[in-house]
Design a protein around this ligand. Sequence first.
Ligand SMILES: Cc1cc2nc3c(=O)[nH]c(=O)nc-3n(C[C@H](O)[C@H](O)[C@H](O)COP(=O)(O)OP(=O)(O)OC[C@H]3O[C@@H](n4cnc5c(N)ncnc54)[C@H](O)[C@@H]3O)c2cc1C
Length: 452
Amino acid sequence: MKKIGLYLFTNDLRINDNTLLHQASQLVDELLCIVVEPRLSTYSVRLSQEQENGAHRHLFIEQAIDDLALSLARLGQRLFVLERNTSEDLVQLVKSQQVTHFFASSHCAHGERQLIKDTLTQCPGLFLSQQHHTTLFESDAFPFELTKLPRSFTKFRLQVERLEINTEGSVIAYLPPAPQTATYPYRKPILEPEVSDTVDYVGGETAGLIHLENYFSNDYAGTYKQTRNALDGIENSTKFSPWLALGCVSPTTIYRHLKQFEAHRGANDSTYWIYFELLWREYFYWKCLTLGTSLFGRFSNDLPNEHSLDTTSGSSFVNWKSGNTNYPIVDACMRQLNATGYMSNRGRQLVASCLIHELGIDWRHGAAYFESQLIDYDVASNWGNWAYIAGALNSQAAQNANKQNAANQSQSKSRHFDLVKQTEMYDPEHAFINKWHRDDKASASILYQDVI
Ligand SMILES: Cc1cc2nc3c(=O)[nH]c(=O)nc-3n(C[C@H](O)[C@H](O)[C@H](O)COP(=O)(O)OP(=O)(O)OC[C@H]3O[C@@H](n4cnc5c(N)ncnc54)[C@H](O)[C@@H]3O)c2cc1C
């Protein structure tokens, strides 16, 4: 009997270092390659009060999908796009194409896991192959059960940071063809994406790998620890996050480049610190997997709707989103986000702290707005960091679905930044503030010319 595979691309939009795709290429006679375009969830539409993903995030995703389609075409394959994130369309495809093998990244997010579960329930007998291949580690390498995941980052880091990481990486030279009968409407003609050899936020594996090469061919990694907190500047933090978020570049590929950099130019505190930050990403990934929907502060009796903000906090939220709070450092960061789809880690901490403490708005509204705008939006890192700043990440109350307790708990453990002091530390000359108080469009276009 012919083996027909379906590969579902989600947070792994790449060909290189994709062990699951490699496995599919070895196992089946024909292969359907499917991608589900990420949409803003109904929950986040309500909380963010945005109808859909922002323009920068949307474009970055489109570019990443185009690039994947092009790479697959070079291997004689085709990429089919499902516009709805529901099991109905998947089930229909599995049945009509008589799919026998199903390959999908083991996602940490509840929604994506449910999609696979629902598809399998309706297609019994389907062979499922899954891997956590957007992380540095597989969970079976951990010296603890996932149910006993350490509560704090430090405890997690100390137990995992010396584990071996497989840096071999797989290369795919061949893919089985798509079934002849596959007639699911193709999204649009594949266009050669415009990828320059300068650093830029262009979506896709091709641009991501160019960025990685550029970053490590300079000396930036050797001074990362001193520069990572800067509010701006491509030479400061790595800017790997946009490509990591969609899986255009895998963390193990980054780790391999980091080790090569250390071998040629020497290891120091800064090179270690890049690994340290990747471990934060890892921590939030596994935290998201174990927390399920409670990561989103999503309680069965507590689904906020568009009326959950009263008039005062409603207009504060609108001002926060557009960068008009009158806290100059916060406004500059929010304008940078709106103009580019990116914001520094320091900036994210400051605007989150402002939303929660200065404006008194429920953190979930801020998290959902970030979800709609960030080109590096990652479910675990975004909702995990917001919950962490709000003091809700490890809150038993949050997990037990009790809003009042959760609010009390978050008061006691949340992180509150002094915006004046932070401005003195990170923007003493107000260069960043002045830059983003110019016309947004003009500012966006000079972002990179300034620093290259
Ligand atoms: C409120 C808030 C929301 C955030 N939302 C996201 C998000 O949606 N997607 C996202 O990738 N990161 C998110 N972060 C984490 C962090 O801000 C970004 O990963 C970082 O700014 C990306 O820039 P970089 O690649 O230059 O980071 P670098 O400083 O160069 O770090 C290297 C890599 O380590 C990882 N990393 C660094 N810091 C963190 C962190 N605190 N948590 C998790 N991973 C980290 C990222 O993968 C990053 O690319 C958020 C942080 C905060 C405070």
